[in-house]
Design a protein around this ligand. Structure first.
Ligand code: DOR
Length: 454
């Protein structure tokens, strides 16, 4: 077994908590040794030298794996960087993340990928991986790039969003899918349709129209084209931030098994049009693909609860308040949410539309299955000692002062939640503690690259 250094508390006994497994919380202690979980149960017999973390009255969850975040480094650090983004992550119980390539420059080469790992070393609070962005230029190299250590895989933008990554046509998309073997991750909005829709925008169009501008048809067309190509090439694909009931029905009809997996965001699950776009901060809810009406939200919730959807990713996409206050459509799309995914899903469990198994699938089992992440798992012996300790008694409304992202434009501020992470453990080290009411302490940023192939 690989040993982490013991510096920073890589041995730890988490005592007296309610460990959350697929059938729900159960009283147990967790003994982490050398960064890995050695035993879970009562009367573990850990030596007295092992540091103890008191988890009385707390839920002990496996650390969340957020498979979709934008941490903006390099090039856009005024919005976020790897240190601030990963601090927000651990403050939300996220112990591993996969970061997107639409930075500046975009992550499209081996050198640029290596640069991200260099920047992350000693500054990231959570374990991490980075995606390589697909372009027409690098399509033929992607098979090699996706094999680089710590690479989460290839990300394709079929529709224009933040940044300039884009593979809009089927012939280049097919080249991407024929280059390599790992699951390809896709933002599926049809860029041809988007161009038409933006060109036809009349002056004065407001953000309240965002879900009509980037309409259901734009998402559905792209997803249909993608499924055709996945079937033709045999290449597994993962559709990010699915936003429409129609796409969920399409996945069910096409029934392509493991060839196609899909992901949901908390934004589409917990916000709904038109309400989310009303009020002075309407653009705070602006993202691509858009948050849509309640009927979509209801179908997406069912897809999560039933296990049709593989996982949940925050799509944490920070912009400054100043940028977000520009007039639509120049206001940038994106919602910062890495810190609020777990509390929102805990609220779904409390409200009865998601069970514990569904929550664990969303934030741990699912991301591991989609990307083949190794050494992570539920709170069981043999996996990395990554834990999120949640206080179910902190059930008030989300306060802005709790947020650790550089971006404070979180549309969930003021939402009533069913619990809040109060301590986060990565590899046996306590890296974050939530104080009272806003005082916090943090450990060393000792996150490491994720490994794949499981
Ligand atoms: O709303 C979005 N924001 N959607 C994306 O696809 C990109 C993201 C960002 O990076 O801002």
């Amino acid at each position: 077994m690989e040993k982490r250094t013991s510096a920073g508390g890589a041995d730890l006994l988490v005592q007296g908590g309610q460990v959350v497994g697929e059938s729900g919380p159960k009283r147990a202690d967790v003994w982490i040794e050398g960064g890995r979980i050695r035993a879970v149960g009562t009367d573990l017999g850990a030596p007295a030298s092992v540091p103890v973390l008191d988890a009385a009255n707390l839920l002990v969850l496996p650390g969340s794996i957020d498979p979709q975040v934008h941490f903006r480094e390099p090039g856009l650090e005024h919005k976020e960087d790897l240190a601030s983004g990963s601090l927000a992550a651990v403050a939300g119980g996220v112990t591993s993340f996969c970061e997107m390539p639409n930075t500046k420059p975009a992550t499209t080469t081996a050198d640029l990928l290596a640069d991200k790992f260099r920047r992350a070393a000693g500054r990231c609070f959570a374990d991490h991986a980075f995606f390589v962005g697909a372009t027409a230029e690098n399509a033929d190299q992607l098979g090699e790039l996706e094999q680089l250590p710590g690479c989460a895989g290839v990300k394709v933008f079929m529709g224009s969003s933040t940044g300039d990554l884009l593979v809009r046509d089927d012939s280049n998309l097919e080249r991407v899918l024929r280059s390599g073997t790992r699951r390809v991750t896709v933002h599926a909005e049809d860029d041809f349709r988007l161009s038409e829709r933006y060109a036809a925008l009349s002056a004065g169009t407001q953000v309240t129209q965002h879900h009509h501008v980037r309409d259901v048809e734009a998402a559905l067309r792209a997803t249909r084209r993608l499924l055709d190509l996945a079937e033709r090439t045999g290449r597994p694909v993962h559709v990010l931030h699915v936003s429409t009931a129609e796409e969920v029905e399409l996945f069910a009809e096409r029934d392509l098994g493991e060839l196609v997996t899909f992901e949901l965001t908390p934004n589409h699950l917990f916000l709904a049009a038109p309400d989310c776009y009303n009020g002075p901060h309407g653009t705070w809810a602006q993202m691509n693909p858009p948050v849509r009406e309640k009927r979509h939200q209801q179908r997406l919730r069912r897809a999560l609860a039933d296990g049709e959807a593989a996982c949940v990713g925050s799509d944490h996409a920070p912009h400054t308040a100043e940028e977000k206050s520009k007039p639509y459509p120049t206001s940038p799309s994106g919602i910062p949410g890495v810190q609020t995914t777990l509390p929102l899903l805990l609220t779904a469990v409390r409200d009865g539309w998601l069970d514990w198994k569904g929550l664990l699938r969303a934030v741990n089992v699912g991301p591991r299955r989609v990307y083949g992440i190794r050494n992570k798992g539920l709170v069981e012996p043999g996996v990395d000692g990554d834990l999120a300790l949640v206080d179910p008694r902190i059930d008030g409304t989300l306060e802005e002062t709790w947020l650790r992202s550089r971006a404070r434009t979180n549309p969930f501020v003021g939402t009533e939640l069913a619990g809040w992470p109060v301590a986060t453990v990565v590899g046996g080290r306590v890296v974050y503690r939530h104080g009272n009411p806003s005082g916090t302490t943090q450990g060393e940023p000792a996150g490491r690259p994720l490994t794949f192939g499981g």
